[in-house]
Design a protein around this ligand. Structure first.
Ligand SMILES: [Cu+2]
Length: 158
């Protein structure tokens, strides 16, 4: 088959770019342990309610003043469904699902993760503006998906 010179140059150029991209991805994955935040830690989805990591659901204040929020996502709710965190402090969310894939999006903020059964999702953020925030499931999880939400109240720090 005849391929024109310029076409051959573009084909090898594109193949080279793809090879460099795959190489960077492989190096980052192997040497730096890069992965989505929802796939750092595993858990048995059938035993979440008896797992010590999720025994105390809700808000806890750590020794350094940071806040830890532990949640469970299930069809069609978050547990707890309402919680309060202080403004201006680092808040870490840890959550998992007991059934299907859910989403966890704090509307109007950068707080957003998938919640995958079998894995613990974790991210940290700071809320500067006190107020009531809506948390929605943004992964279609079944017929009651549209009613799956929680409320987060960010309080003025004392
Ligand atoms: Cu959903």
């Amino acid at each position: 088959m005849h391929v024109d010179l310029y076409e051959r140059i573009w084909m090898w150029g594109a193949a080279g770019i793809i090879a460099v991209f795959l190489g960077i991805t492989a190096v980052a994955t192997v040497s730096q342990g890069r992965m989505p935040p929802s796939h750092v830690e595993t858990i048995d989805p059938a035993a979440v309610f008896t797992d010590s990591r999720f025994a105390d659901r809700g808000v806890a204040t750590l020794a350094n003043g940071d806040v830890l929020v532990t949640l469970i996502a299930l069809t069609y709710a978050f547990q707890p469904g309402e919680f309060r965190v202080p403004a201006g402090r680092r808040v870490t969310f840890r959550m998992t699902s007991v059934d299907v894939v859910h989403g966890f999006q704090i509307v109007g903020t950068n707080g957003n993760t998938m919640v995958v059964p079998g894995y613990v999702s974790e991210f940290s953020t700071v809320f500067e503006t006190p107020g009531e925030y809506l948390i929605v499931c943004n992964e279609y999880c079944g017929t009651g998906h549209h009613g799956m939400y929680a409320t987060m109240i960010v309080e003025e720090a004392p």
